[in-house]
Design a protein. Structure first.
Ligand SMILES: CC[C@@H](C(=O)O)C(=O)SCCNC(=O)CCNC(=O)[C@H](O)C(C)(C)COP(=O)(O)OP(=O)(O)OC[C@H]1O[C@@H](n2cnc3c(N)ncnc32)[C@H](O)[C@@H]1OP(=O)(O)O
Ligand SMILES: [Co+2]
Length: 140
């Protein structure tokens, strides 16, 4: 079921400051404009790497799901990994059947790449927050 690693999510209190790490220390040249995803409670900025992407996320609004993480990790840090799946509903049902906790209502939401995503609770996944996203139809 698991597909391509789409991105690694990095939570930060400031995307503008975090971008400098990838640009100035690591020489990243493909840094996208940041944009807001109010429905997900985050600002997002993608940094392209040769085989994947880094997704910088900063809280958007009072109800952002990353406030708790940043309270525990004020400087920011690695927040989630995102793998592509061919069918998000099949992936959700499979995860549930195996006993994993799908976060929220379990209804997929549209993520930063415009395809449906779900999140799996880290308590079931070795302490790692997993995002599963449906592979974009025109990808790869
Ligand atoms: C940009 C859009 C989209 C995309 O398309 O790519 C995104 O990636 S949006 C990314 C942000 N959205 C989400 O993270 C949604 C899913 N997350 C949640 O629902 C919550 O963040 C959470 C995982 C349920 C945690 O909520 P929180 O309020 O922080 O709960 P707790 O503080 O009680 O934490 C419970 C427990 O889990 C541990 N934890 C929390 N976050 C992480 C994490 N990122 N990685 C690993 N572990 C995490 C936390 O430490 C607590 O552990 P214990 O103290 O041992 O109970
Ligand atoms: Co993500």
């Amino acid at each position: 079921m698991i597909g391509r690693l789409n991105h690694v999510g990095i939570a930060t209190p400031s995307i503008d400051k975090a971008v400098a790490v990838y640009r100035d220390f690591l020489g990243a040249t493909k840094i996208h404009e940041k944009f807001a995803l109010p429905a997900q409670g985050v600002w997002v900025c993608f940094v392209d790497t040769p085989n994947s992407q880094i997704e910088l996320i900063e809280p958007y609004g009072e109800d952002s799901p990353i406030h708790g993480f940043l309270k525990k990790n004020p400087a920011g840090g690695q927040h989630h990994v995102c793998f592509e799946v061919p069918d998000i509903i099949a992936a959700r049902d499979d995860m549930r059947a195996k006993g994993a906790t799908v976060l929220g209502t379990g209804e997929p939401r549209i993520g930063a790449h415009g395809t449906p995503v779900i999140f799996i609770h880290p308590k079931d996944m070795g302490g790692v927050l997993f995002e599963l996203m449906e592979t974009p139809k025109d990808a790869h």
